[in-house]
Design a protein around this ligand. Sequence first.
Ligand SMILES: [Zn+2]
Length: 75
Amino acid sequence: MITLLPSIINVARENNLIINERSLTKKEVLCKCPFCLMDASRPKKFYLSLNPKENIFKCWYWCDLFYYNRDMQEK
Ligand SMILES: [Zn+2]
């Protein structure tokens, strides 16, 4: 069965995250971070990275430690 979009991307869309459409075909999809909002005033920056293959996401700016740690614990 082929899904049109990976689920984490759908979740992002359902939550009205601003996705960098040009990154949709890439391994990591970028969007505006709804947690720290550090990219809100920077039009070309997308700090939240979604990984559709592993269904994980992380913020490369303010939130990254938190998600990094959680990620490590799960492995
Ligand atoms: Zn963030």
